[in-house]
Design a protein around this ligand. Structure first.
Ligand code: BTN
Length: 243
């Protein structure tokens, strides 16, 4: 496919910028990258720290047939694509935290924010896939969890944001194509093999359920082994944490 790439010096949020320019029915794939964001967004209404020049802030606009239900699987598919891209560049041990946080053993390396742009016509949905990867991040204020960056974790590599962006764009296009053609089925194993909660004691925030992490089902729901059986945690607004 044709990529319509724009690289900006500064923007409020690459996701917001893409939403402003996402065209209905265009056959090229819009991609926005910025050197810094003034209002970088994380999941659950959080702020995404976006210092100038240090990290990758990238958004891609994708179109899928099959209605809004594609969104649940897509989150996980994007996590697998980003993990593949980073591993192809030499980052070992990339883990995924359900549904789609990118982890290293030392902490969070990146995040993905999938936002629905709209329904073009019955069953055809446009989504904005925002990907943030800590590349050279040296300090972070106000981050409430352990984090790491590629250059801190793999100091012997030269980490180029251009190369990382290229690898991620191409991995996301491949994964989106496969997901459109075949659905989630081939992503279950590559997601699950990187599951950071596998075998760990966890609870779903809110305390609705607790148990041992047991991977994901065919639809991408997270599975908790409660001792009395395996309980799926629906994709969506529930978050898991280690206890
Ligand atoms: C998370 O909370 O883990 C998701 C973080 C997503 C951050 C990226 S950076 C590029 C894109 N633009 C945004 O405003 N957010 C996403």
């Amino acid at each position: 496919p044709r990529i319509d790439l724009r690289v900006l010096d500064q923007v409020d949020s690459t996701n917001a910028e893409l939403a402003r320019e996402f065209q209905a029915g265009s056959d090229s794939i819009p991609v926005v990258i910025a050197d810094c964001q003034t209002e970088g967004r994380g999941r659950r209404g959080r702020t995404w720290q976006s210092p100038r020049g240090e990290n990758l802030y990238l958004s891609m606009g994708l179109t899928f047939h099959g209605g809004f239900s594609v969104l649940d699987g897509l989150s996980l598919v994007l996590g697998v694509a980003v993990a593949n891209a980073l591993e192809s560049l030499g980052a070992d041990d990339i883990g995924l935290k359900w549904p789609n946080d990118i982890f290293l053993p030392s902490g969070k390396l990146g995040g993905i924010l999938v936002e629905l742009q709209g329904e073009l016509q019955e069953g055809v949905v446009q989504v904005i896939c925002g990907i943030g990867i800590n590349v050279h991040m040296s300090a972070a204020g106000n981050v409430d969890q352990a984090w790491d960056s590629l250059s801190r974790a793999f100091p012997r590599h030269e980490w180029s944001r251009n190369l990382i962006a290229g690898a991620i764009i191409s991995a996301v296009l491949d994964a989106a194509h496969e997901f459109s053609e075949r659905g989630f089925v081939d992503f279950r194993e590559p997601w699950q093999r990187r599951d950071i909660f596998m075998g760990k004691k966890i609870s779903a925030r809110g305390g609705e359920a607790a148990g041992t992490g047991a991977g994901i089902d065919q639809g991408g729901n997270y599975l908790l082994d409660t001792g009395d059986g395996i309980v799926p945690v629906r994709a969506g607004e529930i978050s898991l944490r280690e206890v």
